[in-house]
Design a protein around this ligand. Sequence first.
Ligand code: FE
Length: 206
Amino acid sequence: MADDHEHQTVPSDIALRVKALESVLVEKEMVDRAELDAVVDTYENRIGPRNGARVVARAWTDPVYKARLLANATEAIAELGYGGAQGEHMVVVENAPKVHNLVVCTLCSCYPWPTLGLPPVWYKSAGYRSRAVIDPRGVLREFGLEPPDDVEIRVWDSTAEIRYLVLPERPADTEHLTEAELAELVTRDSMIGVATVASPRTGDAA
Ligand code: FE
C-alpha cells in the first residue's frame, strides 16, 4: 500500500509530526492503527464526491426530489443515506443558465464531508479562500471556466454552521442516460462550483 513517489520527497513538518504522534499513541495503546486506517479509508475512499454525485443525479431525474433538496437539503440528502459530521446543516444552491454558484470557506476549510469527502488542498489555500470572494471570475478562469458577462456569479461562504453543495446544470444530450450513468458524469469540482458538468457527447460544458 506504500506510495512510491511519497518517498522521493522529504515529508513536510506536519506530516512528520502526525506520524510521530500516531506512533506514540499506538505505542501507548491509546489508539489502534487498524482503526485509524479505517477512519482514513472511510473519508478517502468510501465517503467521497460519489455520494454528492448521486444526490445530483437524483435531483436531475426526479423533480419532486429536487424540490425537497432545494427546500431542505439536509433531510433530502439523508434520504439517500448521507449525513453526519460536517454535513448537519446542508444547503444546496442550483446553477441555472444565468446563475453560477461558487462555494468557499473564507475562514478555514469548512466543507460538506458526507457528500464530497475531504476538501482538496487548493480549497484550503489562502489564495482560493480570499480570491474566490474578491475575484470569483478570475478564480473560475483559472479553473478553465468563463461564464458569460450576463451570468450572475453567487459566492457562498461556508461556515461551521452551514455547508453548501452546488447543484450543477444537467448537460445536454443526457436524456438517454440512467441515474447511475448521470452520477458518473458529476465531478467534485462541479459541486464546489469551479467546474460545470460536461456533455458526454460533445465534452462541452453545459
Ligand atoms: Fe471553514
